[in-house]
Design a protein around this ligand. Sequence first.
Ligand code: SF4
Length: 346
Amino acid sequence: MNLSELTLDREGLAAAIACEDAAFDAALREKAYRVKVDTVGPEVYLRGLIEISNNCVKNCLYCGIRRDIRCPRYELSEEEVLAAAHVAAQRRFGSVVIQGGERTDAAFIRKITRLLKAIKAIDTGDDPPLGVTLSLGEQPREVYEEWFDAGAHRYLLRIESSNPDLYRKIHPSDHSYDRRLRALYDLKEIGYQTGTGAMIGMPFQTAEDMADDLLFYKSFDAPMIGMGPYNPHPETPLTLTGAPFPSAERRFALGLKMIALLRLLVPDINIAAATALEVLDPRGREKGILSGANVIMPNITPEEQMVKYNLYDRKTLMRDSAITERIVVGYGRWGDSKHFRKKNFY
Ligand code: SF4
């Protein structure tokens, strides 16, 4: 396939995704990187990632911390979360992400509210207060509102697949695609910058499914996307089905290609270079940036707990200092997506 033949409709995107020509992929990534620099600038924004807990009430069939898997569980104390947020402030990351398994109990909800208020009060010198993204799963609308009022301004809730049939295949029967969509719309209506994303290269997934994921991001008008290659965890039901999925090399190539295609499809959004890329290539996130991504989430979870947040096999423990030396970093800024700023007039 030649880059000049690429069209950004469903058929064209699926053809590009199915194409296994390395020269095409390289030209596509180069073009997407240029579009990124021209549209949102060369800077990469950092979000210090704090993995607050690997306890989860859900049981997603692909997840290494699903409810029914036997693994060491942990929950960071408020002091530990705040210490990590102070590290983010000192290193002038501009923002933090609080991510964890889904929990809807009152104690957890109130803890997040208190933490949000405390994080927003951290002295950041001449920089704005730390921006906070939450990634804590599906919650009742009033909980999203409480957290928004306490200072969270972005929320990441991945759809995992925009195809309802595929969604059903990778989740137990008590998980609901419609509920996930409702939660996404709740977040958006409340005023969050609402990010989503999907796995790339998982069992049962076609090139058309991936093309539809890209078109879903566009139609949902998501200002930020965090998507990454599927990395199988050996003890999950999805892996144990034995259903085939692309090789690691192919999944990595697909991960970069999806970033590049999305940058061409919606040039002014924030796109994360996911940790899942780094699992497949030691310079995975840097290559994600060179394919059109503009956000990286250095992990600032205390190390002894980080190893337990084992969503998939061979999770990287890279501490991110090396990568920030090789890219242009927008220190001390929230790095909100240009797409969102344009729509909200700031
Ligand atoms: S993917 Fe998220 S919601 Fe699903 S089991 Fe894992 S941590 Fe829980």
